[in-house]
Design a protein around this ligand. Structure first.
Ligand code: AMP
Ligand code: MG
Length: 406
């Protein structure tokens, strides 16, 4: 039997996780609380945008017909500021002083900027060279018509979309409710950051990493359930309690083949139905995933870079699907490798990499010592994907790059 035969290929493994999770219910949130959440309704324009012919400059509104005839000296008929309407009529040979954002009154169909004018008494001279109809006017409906679909279900409310929603009066929006995520670390060697470790102990860094990653996600409400010893009874108690109250449970450590790796056994005893154990990837091979009721449970390996990689490749897509994203798997970049890379095995490898050349290419982090080396990994911008079949990747090979920031 081939050495990696029991390992699920990455694509199948990720698909198995995504198949098992579904979008959570929706809530109605005030717009100011909804930033980053995923919209579950359609937001439409409630009027054309812009809603009126809007002056794009501080200057003078005139009739294009006058400019076209060669008229450059205009009688000033009034002034119009943003937030006001003008009741007068556009007459031949007349201009209206107008500010950016003010509605260009009917009859006027060109604006010249104040920089290209000279005033003298009640007259204004314009230095327009090649007049165009509608110049410096952002026309009504140019951006979208009334009723246009502006944001679709499955779109996250980015700052730009929050602005769009605000502009059409969506004071509250229907979004996927926050996902409750619990984090547990397990390992007899682990102590808390504030504690002095014995020579044979280490400080728990994985929970801090996961909590920080989750803190970046606006729609994740995270609870840290502490560091648990590699003791089946203690683990059972902690895992069962966390699963009761959360939509997602992330455990790190204790999933491999060591005598103290109790997580798969305990999760199975707790009634979690296993959908994935071990994938043909490096790092992160022993990943465990299952479902109990409506709770998704991830057992991530303890090595810090494995945690980062499996979070990015499995947990994040699952969270995004639960959050209602139209596209669950975060988009990948395709960038050339600046230095060559090689590997010996048939696994899909996720190697920590950095942008070089201002993001035009990527390199594997120099001096990286493997999946325990979170110091090197902390210098990385994301993961370089080295496909299963690849062995030698010459410099210049275009690779998939999965940035930490999605
Ligand atoms: P395990 O998957 O439990 O066999 O752990 C693999 C490696 O990751 C071991 O060297 C552990 O000491 C280390 N490790 C496990 N959990 C953590 C953690 N929470 N923080 C930092 N390192 C960890
Ligand atoms: Mg362990």
């Amino acid at each position: 039997m081939k050495k990696n035969a029991a390992l699920t290929p990455f694509a199948k493994a990720q698909a198995a996780v995504l198949r098992a999770v579904t979008p959570l219910p929706t809530v109605r949130l005030p717009l100011e609380k909804a930033f980053g959440f995923v919209l579950r309704e359609t937001i439409r324009a409630d009027r054309p945008l812009p809603p009126f012919n809007r002056s794009a400059m501080d200057g003078y509104a005139v009739r294009y017909a006058d400019l076209a005839k060669g008229v450059r000296r205009f009688r000033r008929a009034g002034t119009l500021e943003a937030g006001n309407a003008w009741r007068g009529k556009a007459r031949p040979g007349e201009c209206l002083k107008i500010m950016t954002g003010a509605p260009v009154p009917a009859g006027f169909d060109a604006v010249e900027q104040v920089e290209k004018s000279k005033t003298g008494g009640e007259y204004v001279e314009l230095f327009t060279e090649a007049p165009e109809r509608w110049q410096h006017i952002h026309r009504m409906g140019a951006d979208c018509i009334n009723g246009a679909r502006l944001i679709a279900p499955g779109d996250p409310l980015t700052p730009g979309r929050v602005a769009v929603a605000a502009s059409v009066g969506a004071a509250s929006v229907t979004v996927t409710r926050a996902i409750r995520v619990a984090v547990i670390a397990t390992g007899n060697e682990l102590v808390d950051t504030a504690q002095e470790p014995a020579p044979y102990q280490i400080r728990d860094s994985n929970s801090r990493f996961l909590l920080a990653r989750l803190a970046e996600i606006p729609w994740a409400a995270t609870t840290f359930c502490g560091v648990i010893q590699d003791d089946p009874r203690a683990l059972r108690r902690a895992l069962a309690a966390a699963m009761k109250k959360n939509d997602v449970l992330i455990v790190t450590g204790g999933v491999s083949m060591g005598e103290r790796d109790h997580v798969p056994g305990v999760l199975t005893e707790c009634g979690v139905q296993n959908h994935l154990y071990k994938s043909a990837i490096r790092p992160g091979k022993p990943i465990w995933f299952g479902i109990k009721g409506k709770t998704a449970v991830f057992g991530l390996p303890g090595n810090p870079v494995s945690v980062a990689a499996t979070f990015r490749e499995f947990v994040l897509p699952a969270l995004r699907k639960m959050a209602g994203f139209g596209v669950a798997v975060p988009p990948a970049l395709r960038l050339p490798l600046m230095f060559p890379a090689r590997k010996k095995h048939a696994l899909r490898e996720f190697r920590v990499g950095c942008y070089v050349d201002g993001g035009a290419s990527v390199v594997p982090v120099p001096g990286y010592q493997g999946s325990g080396d979170f110091v090197s990994a902390a210098r990385s911008d994301g993961l370089i994907v080295i496909p299963e079949e690849a062995r030698e990747l010459p410099a210049g090979t275009v690779v998939e790059f999965h940035p930490w920031n999605f």
